[in-house]
Design a protein around this ligand. Structure first.
Ligand code: ADP
Ligand code: MG
Length: 722
């Protein structure tokens, strides 16, 4: 009955109002109003202080500590004027979530009043009592101190609540020994490493100097469902996905949702999300319906990777917050509903500087194209050498349901170049004539071909696709922080560019012709070793799985297979060499991610047992009882009715009980699995399949039991009633 009440509450609810006058106060007018931006700083800081701070922000120079007091004072004045009473150091622990510790600006002044204070020290460093964040063994209780350290490169901002506002300061979270306990620290380190190696390459093209930053633009997919349904599904509440439920009679087969008209309530929600994002300086750009019913997407304009990473977290928080205001839950789980598409987060990645431009953008001159080809080639080399790492950084219990499910790229990491770029690469390697759409060029040492810009072909089945002026990493899950993928991409590119630079440094590059020859040499070398990772076909096809196996490409299907990659000596060496993560830090990450996998599936299996016993079983027995009394009554008046349905129900009830007993037995054996790696495999091989088994039985019962007795909101209802 709760389920049917939910439906009637939704259909009779008044329209949700934002209470905002969008005409008098257009969203464009609130841009950045809650950000302590460079502009704001320029107005509030002494000139010299501002100059020094700006240098740190834009060129990665070390922070001049002596400026901190002045900045803190200015930040405080700005925040108080915006109604703030507290400031919070915001940080990103390894859970992938956002954490914050709030402190009041106000202290008693000793004369019966209060005074607002905020020192440079308080700005730079905080000490949250974060001892229960996962740290993978880095912090013993006797050394439990963790510090939050101000990240100057990411702007401070104000978070509004109807009852007050808070100044938020983005920080890195480290142990007292300086080890990273968070997701931000390695992003910053890896950006530094990428810049260092890129400069060496750019020297050859005369475009070195200004800081080269990685850029990222993440497309976020999500589902929206009404809160009445959400609160009636313990699985959605606790796990973010439905553990039971059969696909709706009408799914996505008509492709009628994709880019379709956006429902009114969702549209209102989107307007307000965009407005909140604009206030925070998050440049949201596109919005549309996605493939599955009830599924949508939002994407911002790309930004520097460190800022984009923070903004992505803020965007996820905003989506959830605003959805609640409109009576909906925003689901960012990778696979909330079996049988319809799941959600990803496509991370568009490039790198560039004011002097060098976008390094994945083909240029107009042979020299620019030579530079472009070096960077593309480095990318091919990086993805080939580190396919397993890229797989590992997108691994999670939830993303396992999506990767390889013929809706998302497979767990096999390949790279898509598109026909035109592929032809150019092959022609260079074979010394052939290159025919591009624009012109025909014979390739000599002195000529690098014209490369068509923004070539139209798109491949939606590749985990790493070249899309004209950037690469799109499509295997990232909708629920994940983009920090892990950014760290991996930056670091493996740093290594590949290190090799490219070494190749060029060892070659004769004294004339433009000779430099062209050296570039060709580098391309040939990499292509010879790495071209097996290039795949321009359909990544969803079975043929590709066979072909990839023939090519010897790794296929780490699940998190249990992929999480251990971080422990390989190759990665201790790589991350150590570029100063991104120490062996201890890497190891701690492995521990935390493996534990998270175990913990998530554990919650799910607990719920499968509980929901099967207390929600599904009672409904089945009630219906069985109804059928039984109806049959008995019929028999009493001399009618022998058909027993098929009651036999089926009885049979399924027995299977349900058996399935639950088996899962419970497996769960108690779980504690004997000892080591983390073995435990992960046990979960993958035993627990998850048994959960699916039970789901099969429950979904069959859903198809038999009288609708007014079925307790759980159905997919049909959740996906279509808005
Ligand atoms: P599509 O759905 O066609 O892939 P979208 O417009 O939804 O395109 O998303 C493309 C994303 O790529 C946007 O976030 C955009 O800002 C980003 N992007 C564009 N150029 C770059 C770049 N040089 N570096 C990083 N991201 C980029
Ligand atoms: Mg895209």
């Amino acid at each position: 009955a709760a389920r049917l009440n939910a439906i009637s509450s939704i259909t009779t609810a008044p329209a949700y109002e934002s209470g905002i006058d969008f005409i008098a106060n257009p969203t464009s007018s609130v841009w950045g109003e809650n950000v302590f931006s460079l502009n704001e700083m320029a107005q509030r800081l002494p000139k010299a202080t501002f100059k020094s701070l700006k240098k740190t922000i834009t060129s990665g120079d070390a922070l001049d500590i002596s400026t901190a007091d002045a900045v803190a004072e200015a930040m405080k004045a700005w925040a108080l004027a915006k109604g703030a009473t507290h400031y919070a150091h915001v940080f990103y622990p390894l859970t992938g979530l956002t954490a914050e510790k709030h402190d009041s600006f106000f202290d008693p002044d000793g004369d019966g009043g209060t005074i607002a204070t905020f020192s440079g020290t308080a700005l730079i460093q905080g000490e949250p009592d974060g001892s229960s964040f996962p740290n993978g063994g880095i912090r013993q209780t006797f050394e439990a101190r963790g510090y939050t350290i101000w990240d100057v490169t990411s702007p401070a901002y104000i978070i509004e609540n109807p009852n007050g506002t808070t100044l938020c300061i983005p920080t890195a979270f480290v142990s007292w020994t300086g080890e990273a306990l968070d997701k931000k620290t390695p992003v910053l380190r890896s950006m530094q490493a990428l810049n260092d190696q890129t400069q060496r390459v750019l020297k050859f093209f005369g475009t070195d100097g200004p800081f080269v930053s990685a850029t990222a633009g993440a497309e976020q997919e999500y589902f929206l469902i009404d809160n009445h349904f959400y609160y009636n599904r313990p699985d959605l509440l606790a796990c973010g996905r439905t553990l039971f439920g059969s696909p709706p009679p009408k799914g996505q087969e008509f492709d009628d949702h994709y880019f379709g008209a956006i429902p009114e309530r969702v549209q209102s929600f989107m307007f307000e999300v965009e407005r909140e994002c604009f206030k925070l300086g998050i440049p949201t750009k596109t919005r549309h319906n996605e493939v599955a019913p009830g599924q949508f997407e939002i994407a911002p304009v790309y930004e520097y990777a460190n800022v984009a990473t923070d903004h992505q977290q803020m965007l996820m928080t905003t989506l959830k917050k605003v959805a609640a205001k409109y009576g909906m839950a925003c689901l960012m789980h990778e696979k909330p509903f079996a049988g319809v598409n799941g959600s990803g987060k496509h991370v568009n990645f490039s790198m560039g500087s004011s002097a060098a431009g976008n390094l994945f953008d083909p240029g107009d001159t042979p020299a620019e194209n030579a530079q472009f080809l070096v960077f593309c080639t480095a990318m091919i080399s990086a993805v080939y050498k580190h396919a397993k790492l890229l797989r590992s950084v997108v691994a999670s219990a939830s993303n396992d349901h999506r990767l390889g499910a013929n809706e998302a790229p497979p767990a096999i990491l390949s790279i898509f170049l598109g026909d035109e770029l592929n032809e150019i690469m092959e022609a260079i390697v074979n010394g052939d004539t290159v025919t591009s759409k624009k012109s025909t060029l014979s390739l000599g040492v002195d000529v690098i071909p014209t490369i068509p810009k923004h070539s139209g072909d798109r491949n939606r089945t590749s985990p790493m696709a070249f899309t004209g002026n950037r690469f799109e990493f499509r295997a990232v899950g909708s629920n994940q922080s983009i920090a892990g993928p950014m760290v991996a991409m930056n670091t493996i590119m740093a290594e590949a560019l290190d090799e490219a630079a070494s190749h060029l440094e060892a070659s004769d590059t004294s004339t433009p012709e000779k430099l062209g020859g050296a570039v060709e040499g580098y391309i040939k070398k990499v292509w010879g070793e790495c071209s097996s990772v290039v795949f321009n076909g359909d990544g969803y096809s079975d043929d590709w799985h066979e072909e990839a196996a023939r090519r010897g490409l790794p296929n780490l299907k699940t998190t249990a297979d992929a999480v251990g990659v971080l422990l390989e000596p190759k990665y201790t060496e790589l991350f150590g060499k570029y100063g991104v993560l120490s062996e201890r830090e890497l190891h701690s990450r492995y521990e935390v991610y493996a534990e998270q996998y175990i913990a998530s599936v554990n919650v799910e299996s607990n719920l499968v047992v509980e929901m099967a016993k207390t929600i599904v079983f009672p409904a089945a027995v009630r219906y069985q009882g109804e059928l039984a009394s109806s049959l008995a009554s019929l028999k009493a008046i001399g009618i022998e009715a058909d027993h098929t349905t009651i036999s089926e129900i009885t049979d399924l009830i027995k299977k349900l009980q058996g399935g639950i007993a088996t899962l419970e037995a497996l769960k108690s054996a779980e504690h004997d699995q000892g080591e983390v790696a073995a435990h992960c495999l046990f979960i993958k091989d035993k627990i998850l399949p048994q959960m699916l088994d039970i789901r099969g039985v429950v979904d069959a019962l859903e198809g038999l039991i009288a609708d007014d007795l079925w307790p759980l909101p159905t997919f049909q209802e959740m996906l279509y009633i808005k």
